[in-house]
Design a protein around this ligand. Structure first.
Ligand SMILES: [Zn+2]
Length: 346
């Protein structure tokens, strides 16, 4: 049986959809009289306006490990992709426990998109268990990686993680995010070459939006004295953000949200906030705010707001997409550090 869509068939459901589309195209062709149905059966240039419309093409089934990647895939894939997100918005991918439904989604996917650099510690096992043998694209492939030990700037209390590992939170830099988008676009084109042009165009538009976002952020932060650009967050998720805009982030927890911060670490951080006159501490959308609030209370720093670190939010309209999330983070940090471009809060 010839497939008329030119895509690999995956799973019974998908096969049914493909066959359905074939049948509909055959009907359309028959009525329009487009001759022997060859591989070009999809183009019906002479079809009259009254011709029955073909069933919609089956979408490319893509699995993304967490909400930020899923949004990037949606931007590049447009209406060509059907995305399953494993770790939903407002959830923490560091401590995620995969479900049987996740394995099922992977088994019937045409492409799996992961961050890489150890962020999804559970993904290799999950893919193996699912039996999936298709392509896995590492979105962070080719980025300029920051070592986990490097971005905490010295040996402060934010060192619960093991040294020598790479910091996986590269999406926190709009510059690195452009690599993500390029990697995702390349993978979508490889999986669905018939729509290469559309993927290319959408990726280019998205990269341009990221470039503009970065440009605006650079202008904003360069107006703030460098020694003023120091903040506290719950966990070490902002190394790439800090690297891009010269902001130093300190965190009571290490790279992961797993585990407790030590009492000694918290005490050191309070001393550091006072000594370095750190202006603001931020809570994160994925973790318990109490530790950071305690830091603020005991050090006299103020809570500068919520930063979105490892997940988008559906509860909070400020971070429904990656672009919204980054705009919010940039604006929130810059405002708390005293950028004069920000309008005063009412
Ligand atoms: Zn994280």
């Amino acid at each position: 049986m010839r497939t008329c869509i030119g895509e690999p068939e995956r799973g019974a459901q998908r096969r049914r959809a493909v066959l359905g589309a074939c049948a509909a195209l055959a009907v359309a062709c028959g009525l329009a009289g487009c001759g022997p149905a060859g591989d070009g059966a999809r183009s019906t240039p002479t079809a009259p306006a009254a011709a029955p419309t073909a069933a919609p093409e089956p979408k490319l089934a893509v699995v993304a490990t967490f909400s930020i990647l899923a949004d990037m895939v949606a931007n590049v894939g447009g209406d060509r992709v059907a995305i399953t997100t494993l770790v939903a918005a407002d959830s923490d991918a560091h401590v995620y426990s995969p479900t049987p439904a996740n394995a099922k989604a992977i088994a019937s996917a045409a492409l799996v998109v992961v961050n890489g650099m150890g962020f999804e510690g559970w993904i290799d096992k999950l893919i193996k268990a699912s039996g999936y043998t298709g392509p896995v694209v590492v979105a962070a492939e080719g980025i300029r990686a920051i070592k986990a030990a490097q971005h905490a700037h010295g040996h402060g209390p934010g060192h619960a993680h093991r040294h020598g590992e790479l910091d996986p939170h590269a999406w926190q830099s709009p510059v690195q995010a452009q690599r993500y988008v390029e990697n995702i676009a390349r993978a979508l084109i490889a999986a669905d070459p018939a729509h290469e042009e559309a993927y290319r165009q959408r990726a280019a538009a998205y990269v341009e939006a990221l470039r503009r976002l970065d440009e605006g952020a650079r202008a904003r932060f360069s107006a703030i004295p460098a020694e003023q650009r120091r903040v506290i967050t719950g966990h070490d998720a902002f190394g790439y953000f800090g690297d891009a805009y010269g902001v130093r982030f300190f965190a009571p927890r290490g790279m992961s949200t797993e585990g407790e911060a030590s009492a000694k670490g918290v005490a050191q951080l309070i001393a550091q906030i006072r000594a370095q006159k750190i202006r603001a501490v931020f809570v994160e959308n994925i973790s318990d705010p109490r530790l950071v609030e305690q830091l603020a209370r005991e050090s006299g720093a103020r809570v500068g707001g919520v930063l979105f670190s490892d997940a988008l939010s559906v509860k909070d309209a400020r971070a429904r997409t990656y672009l919204e999330m980054m705009r919010h983070n940039i604006d929130t940090v810059a405002t708390a550090l005293g950028a004069d471009a920000a309008p005063p809060k009412p």
